[in-house]
Design a binder for this molecule. Structure first.
Ligand SMILES: [Zn+2]
Ligand SMILES: [Zn+2]
Length: 240
C-alpha cells in the first residue's frame, strides 16, 4: 500500500512550493486509488485525478469543498458530513459508519470519531490492507478511543497545524481545534506507532524555515522513540 500526499496545507492563506494545496492524500493499492479528503483547492483537479473513491474526514471547506461541482466517483462520508455538504451535486453518495470497518477498493476503512469541531464533526481513518495499517487524522484535537484507533498501526498521519503551540480549546465537554505535533507524537509513543508524518501544515511550518523546523521535529520525535517527517505536496511513502 502506498500513500501519496497530494496536498499538505491547512486552511490558511499562506502557501509555498512544498505546501501549495489543501490537505489531501491518495492511497494506492493494486491499481486502485482512493482519495482522502477533497478541499476547495481540488475542485477542478479532482475531475482530472479521477480516483476510484473519495473518503472525507469532515465537512470543513479545506477537506470537502472541492466537491462543490460534484465528484467523478463514489464519495464516502459520515451522516454529519453529508448534512454539511448536502447541497453539493454528488451522485454516488455512500455512508461512512463510525467504528464499523467498510471494504472499499481493496482497502478496509474504519472511521473513528475524533474531537476537532462541534459544527463539522470529524473522524480519523484507520486504513488497512495486506496486514498493514495506518491512521489518517489531518485535523484532530483529541482521539477518544486512541488505543483502538492506533493499535498495531505502522504509520500515523497527523495534524501539522503547529509543533508545540496548542490550538485546542474547550467547548462544553468537547475539545476543539488542533493538537500540537508534540502531543500527537506522545500518542504514537503510548500506542507504539513507530512512524509519523504530519500534513495539514499551519503557518508555523508554511511561513517558517523547514531547515530549522526539521531538527525541532526530530528532537520531539526522537525523545518519544518515533520517526517523524513533515509531509509535502507530492511526497509518496510506502506503508508497511
Ligand atoms: Zn482542515
Ligand atoms: Zn477542520
Amino acid at each position: 500500500m502506498q500513500l501519496t500526499f497530494l496536498g499538505t496545507r491547512a486552511h490558511i492563506e499562506a502557501a509555498n512550493r512544498r505546501h501549495r494545496r489543501h490537505s489531501a492524500a491518495l492511497v494506492h493499492r493494486d491499481g486502485a486509488r482512493v482519495m482522502l479528503d477533497c478541499g476547495a483547492d481540488w475542485r477542478e483537479r479532482v475531475h482530472t485525478l479521477k480516483p476510484d473513491a473519495i473518503v472525507l474526514t469532515h465537512g470543513h471547506p479545506d477537506h470537502a469543498f472541492g466537491l462543490r461541482d460534484g465528484a467523478p466517483c463514489p464519495v464516502f462520508a459520515t451522516d454529519a458530513t453529508w448534512s454539511t455538504i448536502n447541497g453539493f451535486p454528488i451522485r454516488e453518495r455512500r455512508p461512512l459508519p463510525q467504528r464499523k470497518p467498510v471494504a472499499l477498493a481493496g482497502l478496509t476503512v474504519e472511521a473513528f470519531p475524533v474531537e476537532h469541531s462541534t459544527r463539522c464533526p470529524a473522524v480519523g481513518l484507520r486504513i488497512s490492507a495486506d496486514d498493514t495499517t495506518f491512521f489518517y487524522a489531518p485535523d484532530v484535537a483529541y482521539i477518544p478511543d486512541r488505543a483502538s484507533a492506533l493499535k498495531g498501526a505502522a504509520v500515523y498521519v497527523g495534524d501539522g497545524s503547529s509543533l508545540e503551540t496548542s490550538h485546542v480549546r474547550k467547548q462544553g465537554a468537547r475539545l476543539v481545534g488542533h493538537a500540537p505535533v508534540r502531543q500527537q507524537l506522545t500518542w504514537c509513543e503510548k500506542s507504539g506507532v513507530p512512524r509519523a508524518y504530519f500534513t495539514h501544515c499551519g503557518t508555523e511550518i508554511v511561513t517558517g524555515d523547514e531547515r530549522k523546523l526539521r531538527p525541532h521535529l526530530e528532537k520531539l520525535a526522537g525523545e518519544r522513540g518515533v520517526q517523524a517527517r513533515l509531509a509535502y505536496d507530492g511526497l509518496s511513502v510506502e506503508i508497511g
